[in-house]
Design a protein around this ligand. Structure first.
Ligand SMILES: *Cc1c(COP(=O)(O)O)cnc(C)c1O
Length: 386
């Protein structure tokens, strides 16, 4: 079987440096907020082009802390994509606010800015005929937008920012899958009020456990986030000044990320080369499409997506026979998941993401995928859909 994500190969290449950085932590013993956390934050901020980086416990913590810092709570509507991992919307409901799901573009799979504008207008006009709205919409106030850079591809931030500016909404970027990607020359995590990413092992930049980070240019927000991640700490140790969380990035995870981050720019280039080989290898396969990368964007290629004409299960089974593992992200869009049944979204209400969820499949993607393996995978796809 070709590995779907090959973390072992990368560890083999970086083992000496990773072990040395881990050993240094074991020697100094500052497991909580040790010096490696600050060192990593400085490097990440410089890479992203943001003034401040705040390490945290996971991508989910990053999103949760961002919304806490922006004061999100009951009665607030947050516009987001239904074609994402549950964490994007989970943090909204966790704070008592309500997600308003907006359909995605059929080619980029990212939030459709025209649909976003319609959804905000519909909520302001309290008119669910103009765009599907969640139960209880009558009592909701539009507050913000969480665009998700799905599979590593940046959203159309110019168009999204224009909608946000027109309606006085904030933008929090869910860049959990897109760390290292660029949009019109700027890195992801630099868009919106706050950018959030994840260092879950299988993400483009992954640690060996859970980890994440937030980015902002706003010094006050960065200070607020620093307080929220340590139980709402103030300047006096046992006088906490707000409700926070235990949201710190472990020192050991920061130590693991430092050598991985040094190798990361080269890995992003390798991911790009893999994606180009896939696109070329699948270009002539009748009936299949790949995620469209708009002009001016570079994806971090967290996943390589193939859109099939149909018959996904048979294609997956045929690929497995050829030693090619596959995965499906996401077989059920968020508005149709059981947890969101109380919002009352009907099947068919957001047709683009519902169609994608039936036809999408993902093939192995990591920086160390070899040309011959990509050839094997492309031929197996061509055969399976023939
Ligand atoms: C992985 C992921 C998250 C959550 O990150 P964790 O580090 O697993 O908590 C959030 N949003 C998206 C789009 C993700 O892919």
């Amino acid at each position: 079987m070709i590995p779907f994500v090959d973390l072992k190969k990368q560890f083999g290449l970086l083992e000496k440096d990773i072990r040395a950085r881990m050993d240094a932590v074991l020697a100094h013993g500052r497991y909580i907020m040790g010096p490696e956390v600050g060192e990593l934050e400085e490097k990440l901020a410089a890479f992203v082009g943001a003034k401040h980086a705040v390490g945290c416990g996971s991508g989910t913590d990053a999103l949760l802390m961002a919304l806490m810092a922006l004061g999100v709570g009951p009665g607030d509507a947050v516009f987001t994509s239904p074609f994402t991992f549950i964490a994007t919307a989970e943090v909204v409901t966790l704070l008592g606010a309500t997600p308003v799901f907006v359909d995605v573009d059929p080619q980029t799979f990212n939030l459709d800015p025209a649909a976003l504008a319609r959804a905000v207008g519909a909520l302001k006009a309290k008119d669910p005929a103009a765009h599907p709205l969640p139960a209880g919409y009558e009592a909701l106030t539009p507050r913000g937008i969480i665009p998700v850079d799905i599979f590593g591809l940046p959203c159309d931030y110019d168009a999204i920012d224009a909608v946000a500016a027109e309606h006085g909404l904030w933008v929090v970027e869910d860049a959990a899958q897109s760390f290292g990607a660029t949009y019109k020359g700027a890195r992801t995590c630099s868009f919106g009020r706050i950018g959030c990413t994840s260092f879950f092992p299988a993400k483009p930049l992954g640690c060996y456990g859970d980890g994440g980070a937030l980015f902002t240019d706003d010094a006050d927000l960065a200070e607020l986030l620093d307080s929220i991640r340590v139980h709402g700490k103030g300047s006096e140790k046992y006088d906490n000044v707000r409700t926070g969380v235990n949201g710190r990035l472990d020192t050991l995870q920061a130590a693991i990320l430092l050598p991985k981050f040094a190798a990361f720019p080269a890995e992003i280039a390798q991911r790009q080369a893999v994606a180009e080989r896939y696109a070329a290898g699948l270009a002539d396969v009748e009936g299949v499409a790949v995620q469209r990368v708009p002009e001016g964007c570079a994806s971090a290629w967290a996943q390589f997506s193939v859109l099939l004409p149909g018959g996904r299960e048979a294609v997956q089974a045929a690929l497995k026979q050829e030693g090619v593992p596959t995965a499906v992200y996401y077989p059920r869009p968020l508005h149709l998941q059981t947890a969101y049944a109380p919002l009352g979204y009907a099947a068919g209400s957001l047709p683009v993401c519902e169609d994608l969820s039936r036809r999408i499949v993902h093939v192995p993607m990591h920086p160390y995928l070899e040309e011959a393996q990509i050839g094997t995978i492309c031929r197996a796809v061509a055969q399976a859909v023939a």
